[in-house]
Design a protein around this ligand. Structure first.
Ligand code: FAD
Length: 456
């Protein structure tokens, strides 16, 4: 018998419960990936190229036996199951709003032919929907979620299934990379992800808690694209982290704990999205239901291309365009600027991020934006408005980050590099003056907030 393992966000062989489940029941396993237009559309060129590279690496590891098909999974998956006469199709559960509908449609189609869709595992250490507050409701605040998540725990990683015979079936070619221009992508695929994990644990993890907010340098794991596509399971990361922390005298103890809690934010946001699928499109809470916003116009366009005149904001957007990735601190600075300096609704900025990020993920991205906007989880006070100059001075005190991304600022002295408009001759040639007056926009944001609060 042949069983099908339909991979989606689990592009790896190690610690892949769905693959192990397929291997346990079939004499042969057909590994399938479906290029589904509904998923390809919101992803920009950067994420598509990264995905295709992950698929190519996986195909190599399967000696060219990855079967790629194109089209609507509700049609394609039963077609494939029929072609190899598989009774079972194995998947890792998808808890996202689209994934759940898609899988329900595929399940209906398979069942109608007497076949089965079997879900084992998920892209998270603790599956979304598993944890509840004492009152039996889903969590809305991170700290109690983190306590429950830690107490729940997760099982150890499972080995790659041994001695599997990979079935073959004609499929489509993995598409060539879309044109990326000058964008530089991180290495893709399972081997690169495992190598990066090892490098991180033996390098930047020491000092992570203190240095993770510094945007310039090798201060964080950069595992987010690998986690997005499941080249690495978070359980693998957590197990490796525990080994480091258990290794006796460990100067990085606080660092391991901080890193674990960041992984838990990813799990928290997936849990929140699973419980509130509408938060992928609209405010999670009604805290700012009466808020007035501006339509995205000229200033929003300037923000998108890194031309606001605020160095830390522009450096971030230029890094996003060049690498498809941004450090967390800079993502927060960008979101605050859009919501509180431009008064544009978070959904516009979130959409631009999703198009450009190589790790673009609905749950982490949209809830990261909502947290900053003040419409999301936790009590993130709306009146906490990031000052781009103060943020720059605190996290990029020497200006190395902004100089790296904005060549026009290379010769600006450190004291002025985060506010070049205060130079006697104004900003250097080729770099814009600020497009807004931050102090005035801050007052405007607070006035809008108070009006929205009074209207409730
Ligand atoms: P590390 O600091 O090494 O953290 C390790 C892992 O923990 C990350 O890879 C990620 O999986 C998880 N993590 C860390 N911080 C967060 C967080 N605040 N929320 C959720 N998970 C976290 N992350 C995405 O993966 N995709 C996105 O589309 C995304 N959009 C964001 C948008 C905004 C406005 C904000 C504020 C945050 C967003 N994040 C997103 C979260 C975070 O910024 C990135 O996960 C992190 O910067 C990735 O870098 P890293 O892998 O080096 O992180």
């Amino acid at each position: 018998t042949v069983s099908v393992c339909w991979l989606r966000r689990d592009l790896r062989l190690y610690d892949n419960p769905a693959l192990c489940a397929a291997a346990a029941v079939g004499d042969e396993v057909l590994v399938l990936f479906v290029l589904d237009d509904r998923l390809r559309r919101p992803a920009g060129a950067v994420r598509l190229a990264y995905l295709y590279r992950c698929l190519r690496e996986l195909d190599e590891r399967l000696s060219g036996r990855l079967c790629v098909r194109v089209g609507d999974p509700a049609r394609v998956v039963p077609e494939v199951a029929r072609a190899v006469d598989a009774i079972q199709v194995h998947i890792g559960a998808d808890h996202g709003p689209y994934g759940r509908c898609r899988d329900a449609a595929v399940r209906r189609a398979l069942t109608s032919e007497g076949r089965e869709l079997v879900a084992t595992g998920s892209p998270y250490a603790v599956a979304p929907g598993r944890l509840h507050t004492a009152a039996g409701t889903p969590f809305r605040v991170f700290t109690p979620f983190y306590r429950a998540w830690t107490a729940h725990g997760w099982r150890a990683p499972i080995a790659e299934p041994a001695g599997v015979r990979w079935a073959t079936l004609t499929g489509a070619a993995i598409p060539a990379d879309p044109d990326l221009g000058d964008v530089r992508l991180p290495p893709a695929g399972e081997s690169a992800a495992r190598a990066r994990l090892d490098d991180f644990l033996s390098g930047p993890l020491a000092g992570y808690a203190k240095r993770r907010d510094i945007p310039d340098g090798d201060t964080t794991s950069r595992l987010s694209p690998a986690l997005k596509y499941g080249c690495l399971h978070p359980r693998t990361v957590l197990a490796a982290l525990a080994d480091v922390a258990d290794g006796g005298a460990d100067p990085a103890a606080g660092d391991a704990e901080k890193f674990r809690s960041e992984l838990a934010w990813r799990e928290f946001y997936a849990d929140v999205l699973a419980a509130n699928p509408d938060s992928a499109r609209a405010d999670l809470t009604d805290a700012l239901a009466a808020m007035s916003y501006e339509p995205p116009g000229r200033t929003f366009e300037a923000w998108k291309w890194g031309e606001t005149g605020f160095p830390i904001v522009d450096a971030g957007m230029r890094q996003l365009l060049a690498e498809g990735w941004l450090p967390n601190r800079v993502r927060m600075i960008e979101a605050s600027f859009v919501c509180k300096d431009l008064h544009v609704h978070w959904t516009h900025g979130a959409r631009w991020f999703l198009e450009r990020l190589v790790d673009g993920d609905l749950a982490s991205n949209h809830h990261g934006w909502q947290w900053t906007a003040g419409t999301g989880t936790d009590a993130a006070p709306y009146f906490r408005v990031f000052n781009p100059v103060a943020q720059g001075r605190t996290y990029d005190p020497d200006g190395t980050y902004v100089r790296r991304w904005i060549p026009q600022l290379r010769d600006v002295p450190k004291a002025k590099v985060h506010e070049p408009w205060t130079l006697p001759a104004g900003p250097p040639a080729g770099y814009p003056a600020p497009i807004v007056d931050h102090a005035a926009e801050r007052r405007d944001a607070l006035a809008r907030y108070e009006a929205a609060r009074d209207a409730r």
